[in-house]
Design a protein around this ligand. Sequence first.
Ligand SMILES: Cc1ncc(C[n+]2csc(CCOP(=O)(O)OP(=O)(O)O)c2C)c(N)n1
Length: 347
Amino acid sequence: MITAASDTAIAVESMDNPDIARRAFRTMQLSRAVEDKLASLYRAGMIKGGVFLGKGQEALSTASSIFLRKGDIFGPCIRDQAGRLAFGDTVLDTLRTYFGSAQGPMRGRDGNIHRGRPRDGYYAMISHLGSMVAMVGGALYARRQRGETGVVGVTSIGDGGTSTGAFHEGVNFAAVEKLPLVVVVANNQYAYSTPNNRQFACADLLDRAAGYGIAGHKTDGTDPRACLETLNRAVQAARDGHGPQMVVATLLRLVGHGEHDDAGYVDAGLRKANVGRDCLDVGARQLLEDGLATTGELAAWASEAQAEVEAALDIAQREKGPDPESEDWHALSTERLVDGYFDAEEE
Ligand SMILES: Cc1ncc(C[n+]2csc(CCOP(=O)(O)OP(=O)(O)O)c2C)c(N)n1
């Protein structure tokens, strides 16, 4: 069962609450620890299939879901390991998915990032870029039709994904219906090897928000404090009935598109520029400057994250994959409805 961080989600005023910055940073550290481990397991040939990481995007991703509450919806994209953890996914379920464990949320059907627990509002990612906007928007529309209020949905997408027809249709629908949807655009400068200047012709992706008639927010994706402040505002505005909110963050992916890609096409100047900063370094500095953590605490948290990953790995590696003799192979979409929701847990 998901242990939703959202149960303890903090409302808009609470940016003054030091817990939010500390909790966000610890989530970023945990995400980095999981992903560093995944990268080394991949290099050791111990993971089947691709490994797609969000190194450098942890601040934005964490901020994307940390303000969500129980009953809200999170539809993550490729580089949202940190956001998944902030929404309540566990390190164990992450590793179970990569190792094909039948105990994992997708019961061994997915090998990396297409995992979720729909009943908890944690939607499994659809690979076709842009589709998640319609999926989360559609779910918000359905909840409105059921008379549910106060629900917010967040989904994220890369700069490349914003060029798809699905993105346009999804955002336009949300705008027309004034849905409480937050679309987080992680402009990490490249879509695989395609740079921004071959991706869009507007001066800034934020210009698109005006085109759709929705609110736009710009933030520095390398700055954890800025990401938290921006997402806090955007989620609250959506919750307060101000319709869709588009957040555009600038940052750089600090790894290849996947671990098979050496990212040799990334401009060396960008790596050295502000946009190429590691958000974990920035976050650590901010916590120290603000007196919210000591160097001892930062080191202890990093060790705890490491230990959590090792303990989960030990379990996930021993678990078995699905048994073809007993498996009924039903997909999430064909499972029983419980109270109108898909019941992923039900047999
Ligand atoms: C509609 C669609 N076209 C192409 C792909 C193949 N593809 C997967 S990820 C990717 C690059 C995505 O770039 P971006 O949206 O900028 O996100 P990033 O990988 O930079 O986080 C592509 C082209 C896809 N999944 N869906």
